[in-house]
Design a protein around this ligand. Structure first.
Ligand code: ADP
Ligand code: MG
Length: 358
């Protein structure tokens, strides 16, 4: 069902995005990037592509570490261990390929990966074993990969670069909601980055425009045999992010009342966005008030000087250009705001605007 508010695994529950799914499935470069604001459908298109490709894969979702603000090597290794053991259950012969790797202990039908102390397991060795084992290709997916910026005590970029150059059967898929952060993490354009100059297959999921949003809702309601025609007001109130439209469809299905469904969707959105913004602020606690001021100021878009004025008015002191530059950069990198030609800085999603105008 299109309006089921969980990531989808199959096209029968999914609307459009055919081209994007095909582009992921092409695996035309050793590394594929799937970019897009939160709730535009990244995890869904990846899962659908994985299920249709029918290749062995590892899928690690780093979303849950966002709240924690950092990822330890132990966290990452345990995620990989779980996925590798899932692969072993499906393809028992793979276990032989892990036998002689440093930091891997075979216990019955399972592997235990050593994450600390001497001789901890190397990610590049794990990738190498999977590459040696697989006949065709194997896919390593890291969902919300910008969180790797917060990985402590290890750096995965050399392993990715090694895989890019040498492991021709390994295909890596990285997704990111915070696009600026993901680019910063990969720093493909920086000669000092291990991934410098490596061309990647890049897919960006845009929010739907008014027409697509209407078609999305039409397809969802058609599946449910519900007659619905108020498309314009929905786009006006919610914008075109598929995740919010999905909640709306789901609540309308439950309530059969436009206003109730809309207000339920908006409350859900406000709650989620607040939680996500709190996570953003966690590591920036000293500037909380300033970030909130910036977000309140840009609800209907604002220029640099309007933002500067608002910040200074709040505290009655000068706020330097470099500080302002830093706040705007951080908010942009984490996709809270976008710079729009002729309008200045704007919230990236109309519902973000709503949260900060309350
Ligand atoms: P992301 O990983 O980008 O945050 P998800 O794949 O989790 O996005 O999608 C967010 C929500 O929106 C999920 O409930 C998903 O099912 C729904 N969704 C997104 N795009 C579509 C689509 N094209 N068709 C049907 N549902 C969608
Ligand atoms: Mg996701």
């Amino acid at each position: 069902m299109i309006f089921d508010p969980v990531p989808k695994e199959s096209r029968k529950d999914f609307f459009d995005r055919e081209e994007e799914i095909e582009k992921i499935k092409s695996l035309s470069s050793p590394i594929t990037l799937v970019l897009g604001l939160r709730r535009t459908g990244k995890s869904s298109v990846i899962r659908i592509a994985l299920s249709e490709l029918d290749l062995p894969y590892v899928y690690v979702d780093l979303r849950k570490f966002e709240e924690k603000g950092y990822i330890s090597y132990r966290d990452l290794v345990l995620e990989l261990q779980r996925e590798i053991n899932r692969l072993i259950r499906k393809f028992p012969n793979i276990i032989d390929f892990f036998e002689r790797i440093e930091g891997v202990k075979i216990m019955g039908n399972e592997v235990k990966l050593k994450w600390g102390g001497n001789g901890r397991v190397k990610i590049s060795s794990l990738l190498e074993s999977i590459n040696d084992w697989t006949e065709n290709k194997a896919i390593i997916t890291i969902d919300e990969a910008q969180e790797l910026l917060n990985l402590r005590g290890a750096n995965l970029l050399p392993a990715f670069a090694y895989s890019f150059d040498n492991l021709n059967k390994i295909k890596i898929i990285l997704s990111g909601s915070k696009m600026g952060l993901l680019y910063r993490y990969l720093s493909e354009d920086d000669p000092k980055s291990p991934l410098y100059g490596r061309a990647m297959n890049e897919i960006e999921l845009q929010p739907f425009d008014a027409e697509k949003s209407k078609e999305f809702l039409q397809s969802g309601f058609k599946q449910l045999n519900i007659n619905f025609n108020e498309f314009n007001i929905i786009y006006e109130k919610l914008g075109g992010i598929p995740g919010w439209l999905t909640y709306f469809g789901y609540y309308y299905y439950e309530e059969r009342d436009l206003n109730k469904a809309l207000s339920k969707t908006i409350s859900t959105a406000i709650e989620l966005i607040r939680e996500e913004f709190d996570n953003f602020l966690k590591t920036r606690a000293i500037a909380t008030g300033r970030y909130l001021t910036v977000m309140k100021t840009v609800t209907n878009c604002a220029t640099w000087s309007e933002i500067k004025r608002a910040l200074e008015a709040r505290e009655g002191i000068e706020v330097s250009d470099s500080e302002i530059y830093n706040y705007l950069n951080q908010l942009t990198d984490s996709s809270w705001i976008v710079k729009e030609e002729g309008r200045g800085y704007c919230p990236s999603d109309p519902l973000i605007s709503k949260v900060f105008s309350l």
